[in-house]
Design a protein around this ligand. Structure first.
Ligand SMILES: Cc1cc2nc3c(=O)[nH]c(=O)nc-3n(C[C@H](O)[C@H](O)[C@H](O)COP(=O)(O)OP(=O)(O)OC[C@H]3O[C@@H](n4cnc5c(N)ncnc54)[C@H](O)[C@@H]3O)c2cc1C
Length: 327
């Protein structure tokens, strides 16, 4: 790992001022909990000459808006999201997702902003001596190689799957990120935060190199909303999702779905919302018929590679079970 400068700015403007307008592998980058950035530096994927710490910026608050919505600071830890009793009452799916992340040691350091901005986990991308599209190369080795963990939606030319559990659930919850840069602050709905490889190979989000995600706001859910996050891992210990589903349904008095949202994780280069699955639920009574139809609709556009067809079956089962848990 190469030497780097550690910058500890005392305010947001100073932090932004330390960041470069254009991406280069050597340009300064943001440091939050360090659970990912240090790894990509050790693996020689990025070599920033400086890390700009968010530690002294006071971005670790949790602010309720009085109507049931909440704004979470970017450096709130994943462990806080897993433990906070008010968040659990209001957004149980968020807590389920947070609890599924890493180990207690990782969760106690990892932050919300870092989790949303973590880099892909594709073994080719992470390998120090392998070149690929994401690292300026001219090939995606996952496309015809080891693609068990790769995307079944939205792939090409690169086929990694997005690793963040929080991104999946926050998109389902209709959250919006606040992003600050040299031109001021802008609001980016989670649905617009991520880009596909066909739009950008260098980065996974619309954030510019000199922008900092400062907070995420979750609106109050409509009354009678039920939501759940269900993740399938390869092993019982900490692991990334092979596939995950975040679902919410709004029910009328007789158990009929009046609104729904279904977002998949671990199956595409970004959290993958499937409006067709939501449509399959809307107007239907909660029950096995509707859940099966939603699962089938969720995978209708799947385009698996040689070794990840199992994800199609996994998603169908997860959608069914997540909905069943809400009934
Ligand atoms: C063993 C292990 C298991 C894991 N399992 C899971 C899992 O199951 N599910 C899951 O979702 N994650 C998992 N993770 C990933 C982990 O959750 C992330 O590495 C962590 O959340 C990153 O947060 P951080 O604060 O440490 O970010 P950092 O490592 O400090 O930063 C990560 C990236 O985000 C950028 N960044 C950080 N904060 C901001 C910001 N506010 N604005 C703009 N850019 C920013 C950094 O520049 C860097 O590129 C696992 C990690 C490990 C090591």
């Amino acid at each position: 790992m190469k030497d780097f400068d550690l910058k500890l700015p005392e305010n947001l403007d100073a932090a932004i001022g330390e960041l470069p307008a254009e991406y280069t592998r050597e340009g300064a980058q943001v440091l939050a909990g360090g659970q990912d950035i240090v790894t990509v530096m050790k693996d020689d994927i990025e070599q920033p000459a400086a890390l700009v710490s968010l530690q002294r910026l006071g971005l670790d608050g949790i602010q309720w808006d009085g109507d049931g919505g909440v704004t979470l600071g970017a450096t709130v830890t994943v462990q806080t999201l897993a433990d906070d009793a008010d968040l659990e009452r209001a957004f149980p799916a968020l807590r389920e997702a947070a609890r599924s992340i890493g180990s207690p040691q990782i969760r106690s350091q990892a932050t919300l902003g870092g989790n949303l901005n973590q880099r892909p986990r594709c073994p080719y991308y992470r390998h120090p001596s392998v070149s690929c599209f994401k690292k300026g190369g001219s090939v995606c080795l996952a496309e015809f190689g080891f693609n068990k963990y790769a995307a079944i939606f939205g792939g090409g030319p690169s086929y990694f799957s997005h690793p963040s559990d929080l991104a999946t659930v926050l998109l389902m919850l209709g959250a919006t990120a606040s992003v600050s840069g040299p031109d001021g602050e802008r609001q980016v709905p989670l649905a617009e935060l991520y880009v596909l490889p066909e739009e950008s190979l260098e980065t996974e989000t619309v954030l510019r190199p000199d922008e900092i995600l400062t907070s995420v706001t979750i609106p109050a859910p409509p009354a009678e909303t039920r939501s759940s996050y269900l993740k399938f891992k390869e092993r019982a210990s900490y692991d990334f999702a092979l596939a995950a589903v975040a679902v919410s349904v709004v029910l009328d008095g007789s158990g009929v779905v009046t609104d729904a949202r279904v977002v998949l994780g671990g199956v595409a280069p970004k959290p993958w919302e499937v409006p067709a699955a939501a449509r399959a639920l809307t107007g239907k009574s909660m029950g096995p018929e509707a859940w099966t139809a939603a699962g089938a609709a969720a995978v209708a556009d799947a385009d698996p590679l040689e070794h990840n067809g199992y994800k199609v079956h996994l998603v169908k089962g997860l959608v069914f079970r997540a909905l069943e848990s809400l009934a």
